[in-house]
Structures are given as C-alpha cells and as structure tokens.
Write a protein that binds this ligand. Structure first.
Ligand code: T46
Length: 132
C-alpha cells in the first residue's frame, strides 16, 4: 500500500520545538478545516469509515496512536508518535484510530468543510464503492 508520511521541519532551539504547517507548501492542499481528537478513553477505537473526496493530514502532536488503513485490497497499520510527522490520507481509504496513549492529541488538517455526505460508514458499501 502506498502510505505517504510527510516529515515536517522542526524549528528547534534551546526553548523547544516549533513546527509550521502551510497550505500548498508542506501541506499538499488548501486547508479548509482543522480538528483534533483528545481525551480518548482507554481501549477505544474511532473511525470505521472512508471518505469519497476528503483529503487529510493526521499528526499526533502529543503522545501516540495507531492508524489502521484499508484500501479494500490491502491493510496496513501506521504508528504516529512524533509531532513532526504527518500521515497523508487521501479519499477511498477505510480508517480506524486506536491505541491512543495517555494524553494523546491527534490533529487533523482537512481539505474540505465537514460534510456527512462525504462519509462511507458501512464497510460493505465501501468495498462496493472501491470496485465501481
Ligand atoms: C476522520 C478521522 C481521522 C463535526 O461536527 N465536525 C467535524 O469536523 C468532524 C470531524 C466531526 N464532527 C462531528 C460528527 C460526529 O457527531 O463529531 C462527531 C464525531 O465524529 P466522528 O465519529 O466522525 O469521529 P471519528 O474520530 O470517528 O472520525 C474523525 C473524522 O470524522 C474523520 O473524517 O477521517 O477522524
């Protein structure tokens, strides 16, 4: 599976780290929405959906979590545990997010505003969609 990770420059100095995210520079799309997932309870798995159009970058800016990916043919697991590493998720990818560490914060940059009609939340429908 062609999973793309983007490594962002860390502007570090004796005070600590700073990472800058810029649309159409180190983020490959115009950013229309930002959201973050935090305070995830132990043992919880989120996601279980794919998107028809949405592109996203997922960055675990604190702690760690795992992302399960499934393109209908292959599956892969990606560990996100660095605030300067983004996972580029294009459309047509079933995803789950799990194994959130204590204090984990998953930041997501999205190419579109929130639109429930862009979600495929049923796995069988996703498989049919991918084979169309
Ligand atoms: C994704 C993964 C990585 C909004 O009102 N606005 C928003 O921008 C988002 C993302 C969600 N919501 C509402 C919809 C639900 O009532 O927040 C609630 C939780 O959303 P959801 O169950 O879809 O959350 P996750 O963590 O399963 O999935 C989210 C994103 O929805 C999804 O696009 O790729 O994170």
């Amino acid at each position: 599976m062609n999973v793309e990770k983007i490594i962002f420059d860390i502007k570090g100095d004796e005070r600590g780290s700073l990472v800058a995210l810029e649309a159409l520079k180190n983020i490959p799309f115009e950013i229309k929405r930002v959201y973050y997932i935090s305070d995830t309870k132990k043992g919880v798995t989120r996601g279980f959906h794919a998107h028809k159009k949405l592109k996203q970058i997922l960055i675990c800016v604190n702690g760690s979590c795992k992302i399960g990916l499934d393109n209908g043919k292959e599956k892969e697991e990606v560990l996100l545990d660095k605030p300067n590493v983004g996972l580029y998720l294009e459309s047509g990818m079933w995803r789950t997010m799990y194994d959130f560490s204590e204090g984990a914060v998953l930041l997501v940059l999205a190419s579109e505003l929130y639109d429930e009609s862009d979600y495929i939340r049923d796995y069988e429908t996703f498989l049919k969609y991918m084979n169309e």
